[in-house]
Design a protein around this ligand. Structure first.
Ligand code: NAD
Ligand code: UFG
Length: 339
C-alpha cells in the first residue's frame, strides 16, 4: 500500500529535494508550509521532475487550530519529516523570541498532533551546530554537545531534547534526529535548488552569485586558522544525498520502531574554503573574484562528520562527487536567473 508522509517545510531547500526522493520511491507526500522562506513555485519544479504533484497545505505549524485540521485530514500518514524552521543564524541573534517561538512551537504542535492521531514516526532536521567547536574530529553522534552559540542553534539542541522526552513518554512514537553538516548543491535537473532571500550568509550561494555577477566579490573569512591551509574546514554534503538519507531513515524507523536514534549526515571529508573555491572554478570553468578578509565572529575552525553510523544502520552514505555538486549549484544559479 502507498504510504503517506507529511513533510513540513517541504517547499524549502532540503524539503523540496526530499519530496522528490520520496515521490520517486513511491511515497505520497503532503507538504505543510507557510511559505515564509519559500515559494509555491517549487511545487511546479517538483512536479516537473517527478511527474507527480505533491498535496500542499499552506499552513503555519505554529497555528494549533490550522495544524490540527490539517493533521485530521492526513491522519493516515505513516510519518512526518519536520523541516519547518527559521534557519538564519545571524537573524536569530537579533530576533531570538521569533526563532524560539517559530521553531519550538512548530515542533511541539507537530508532536502533539502525531500523538493525537497516532502517527508513529518523526524525522527531525537537526544540525552539526549542536557539536559547537568539538574537541575531537571527526565528530561522532556520541561526541559531547556544546552549548549553542546562537538562538537558532539552541532551538536544535532543545528540539532534540523535546523529541527524546516525547518519545520516552509515548511508546508508539519513534524518532530519527538527523544532524546535517553543510548542505549544498541543487537537483541535477536545475529545476529546484536553494533560493536565499537577500544577501546570502552561506558560502556556496555567495560563490555562485559572485560568479554570476550578482555580487562583486566573495569575502573569504580568515586565512590564519590552525588548519593545513589556514582556511576553515567544513563537511559539504550534496542536498540530493541528504534527501536520500531521509528516505533511508524513514524506512529504518518503519522496520525498526526503536525509540530515538541519531545520525550524522555528512561525507566524512573536511574541505577548506579555498579548496571549495578551487574545485568550483575547475568544475564550472568560472573564475571567481574573491578577497581574504577578517575572520567571521563565531566561526569554528573545523568540523566534519564521522558518518559511519548512518552507513551501518541506515545503509546510507554520501555518493555525489563534490565537483558534480558544485556544477549542479552553478546550473541552478544560471537557470534561476533566466526565469
Ligand atoms: P528553508 O528555509 O529553505 O526551508 C524551511 C521551510 O520551512 C521553508 O519553506 C519555510 O517557508 C518553512 N517554514 C518555516 N517556518 C514555518 C512554519 N512555522 N510553518 C510552516 N512552514 C514553515 O531551509 P532548509 O535549508 O531547507 O532547512 C530545512 C531544515 O533543515 C530546517 O529545520 C533547518 O534548520 C535545518 N538545517 C538546515 C541546514 C542548512 O544549512 N540548510 C543545516 C542544518 C539544519
Ligand atoms: N564563508 C566565507 N565567506 C562567506 C560565507 C562563508 O568565507 O561569504 C566561510 C565561513 O567562514 C565558513 C564556511 O565558509 O568557514 C562555511 O560557512 P557557511 O556560512 O556556509 O556555513 P557554516 O558552517 O558557518 O554554517 C552552517 C549552517 C548553519 C549551521 C552551521 C553549523 O549554515 O545553519 O553550519 O552546523 F548552524
Amino acid at each position: 500500500m502507498t504510504q503517506k508522509i507529511i513533510v513540513t517545510g517541504g517547499c524549502g531547500y532540503i524539503g523540496s529535494h526530499t519530496t522528490v526522493a520520496l515521490q520517486q520511491a513511491g511515497f505520497n507526500v503532503v507538504i505543510f508550509d507557510n511559505l515564509v522562506n519559500s515559494s509555491a513555485d517549487v511545487i511546479t519544479g517538483i512536479t516537473q521532475i517527478t511527474g507527480i504533484s505533491p498535496e500542499f497545505e499552506q499552513i503555519d505549524c505554529t497555528d494549533l487550530t490550522a495544524i490540527r485540521d490539517a493533521f485530521s485530514r492526513h491522519r493516515d500518514a505513516a510519518g512526518v519529516i519536520h523541516f519547518a524552521a527559521l534557519k538564519a543564524v545571524g537573524e536569530s541573534v537579533s530576533k531570538p523570541t521569533e526563532y524560539y517561538r517559530n521553531n519550538l512551537v512548530s515542533l511541539l504542535n507537530v508532536l502533539d498532533m502525531m500523538v493525537a492521531f497516532n502517527i508513529p514516526n518523526i524525522v527531525f532536521s537537526s544540525s552539526a551546530t549542536v557539536y559547537g567547536d568539538a574537541d575531537n574530529l571527526p565528530v561522532r553522534e556520541d561526541t559531547p554537545l556544546k552549548p549553542a552559540t546562537s538562538p537558532y542553534g539552541q532551538t536544535k539542541v532543545i528540539g532534540e531534547s523535546i523529541i527524546r522526552d516525547a518519545v520516552a513518554a509515548h511508546p508508539g512514537l519513534n524518532s530519527c534526529l538527523l544532524r546535517y553538516f553543510n548542505p549544498i548543491g541543487a537537483h541535477p535537473s536545475g529545476l529546484i535548488g536553494e533560493s536565499p532571500s537577500g544577501i546570502p550568509n552561506n558560502l556556496l550561494p555567495y560563490i555562485t552569485q559572485t560568479a554570476a555577477g550578482i555580487r562583486e566579490c566573495l569575502s573569504v573569512f580568515g586565512d590564519d586558522y590552525d588548519t593545513p591551509d589556514g582556511f576553515c574546514i567544513r563537511d559539504y554534503i550534496d542536498v540530493n544525498d541528504l534527501a536520500a538519507a531521509h528516505l533511508s531513515a524513514l524506512r529504518y524507523m518503519i522496520s525498526h520502531p526503536t525509540g530515538t536514534d541519531v545520525f550524522n549526515l555528512g561525507t566524512g571529508r573536511g574541505v577548506s574554503v579555498m579548496e571549495l573555491i578551487k574545485t568550483f572554478e575547475q568544475a564550472t570553468g568560472q573564475k571567481l573574484n574573491y578577497k581574504i578578509t577578517a575572520r567571521r565572529p563565531g566561526d569554528i575552525p573545523a568540523i566534519w562528520a564521522d558518518p559511519s553510523r548512518a552507513e551501518r544502520l541506515l545503509g546510507w552514505r554520501a555518493r555525489v562527487p563534490l565537483s558534480d555538486t558544485l556544477l549542479s549549484a552553478w546550473r541552478w544559479q544560471t537557470k534561476s536567473m533566466k526565469k
